[in-house]
Write a protein that binds this ligand. Structure first.
Ligand code: G3H
Ligand code: ZN
Length: 287
């Protein structure tokens, strides 16, 4: 069943648990994430990034497919627009959600608006405007302060979010969740990052909304568990599950030079991702 982001992360934050948020690149990922969540008996966030939308040459086909898969799940699933920098894309997610609601169904449960590359005042103004537009459609908003590096291949693990600035930003914008820079970096294919756990505790103590860790693929299991104990609630993982998926595809195609039916390698890759999703959700929830 479809849920809103605040439904999941509000309770999880109060209990000191983490919630997994995994990116959808193709329909197989959406199916895998839902299967893994059902296996674990835990809620999940399915994220469509602006880059993935660009890959599919538009939001609607992949969004409607993802919503359709999420809707029939036996666990709560949030369909979330991830790293939107384009205002028109946010408006498209709002329009799809309004159309779904008009038809008696739910749509996007949240949007992450990423104006973190702008300076503080510009980020605040742009984010506050997105909150206003999303509110009227019943969509929650995640924003980012203190750019998490690596999205364009440049690792910037040194970036940090300032607690006082974060507190003021959340109050002024009315966002429902805040992505913070605490040592992780996007698109790492090794799980070797160390986090600033003291800063996470400080942020969790003063920021009035649940905190989001981006670039969690580079963070080892035990460090993710420590981050959740320190106060992270939503844990975003994309690259690591792509590694799991692609390793299976590469292995099968290497071993079977005559294999041509794409279902023969995509199916096992989807199954491997589902198993890893179930394992990660249980790890996050166990804190
Ligand atoms: O928003 C998505 C996440 O931050 C994913 O980052 O690919 O490094 O796990 P990752
Ligand atoms: Zn991210």
């Amino acid at each position: 069943t479809l849920a809103r982001l605040t439904d999941l992360i509000g309770r999880a934050a109060a209990d000191g648990r983490g919630v997994g948020a995994f990116n959808v690149f193709s329909i197989e990922h959406a199916e895998a994430h839902v299967a893994g969540a059902e296996e674990a008996g835990l809620p999940v966030v399915l994220q469509l990034s602006q880059n993935a939308v660009k890959y599919h040459r538009g939001l609607e086909p992949i969004a409607l497919a993802t919503l359709s898969i999420a809707r029939t799940a036996t666990v709560p699933v949030v369909v979330h627009l991830d790293h939107a920098t384009d205002d028109a894309l946010v408006d498209e997610a709002i329009a799809i959600t309004r159309a779904e609601k008009a038809a008696g169904r739910d749509g996007f449960g949240s949007v992450m608006y990423d104006a973190s590359a702008l300076d503080y005042d510009a980020n605040l103004a742009a984010t506050a405007d997105v909150v206003r537009r999303c509110r009227s459609a019943g969509i929650d908003v995640e924003a980012e302060l203190g750019e998490v590096g690596g999205k364009d291949g440049v690792h910037a693990p040194g970036a940090r979010t300032d607690p006082a600035e974060a507190t003021a930003f959340v109050e002024a914008t009315g966002v429902d969740a805040l992505a913070v820079a605490v040592g992780s970096s996007h698109a790492m294919t090794t799980r070797t990052a160390a986090l600033d756990l003291d800063l996470i505790s400080q942020l969790a103590g003063v920021v009035g909304v649940p905190l989001v860790l981006h670039g969690s693929s580079g963070v080892p299991d035990d460090e993710i568990a420590r981050a959740v104990r320190a106060g992270i609630t939503k844990v975003n993982i994309a690259t690591h599950l792509n590694v799991v998926f692609t390793d299976v595809v590469r292995g099968l195609l290497t071993e079977n030079a005559s294999m041509v039916d794409s279902r023969k390698y995509l199916g096992p890759a989807r199954e491997a991702v589902a198993v890893e999703v179930a394992r990660l959700l249980a790890l996050l929830d166990s804190n």
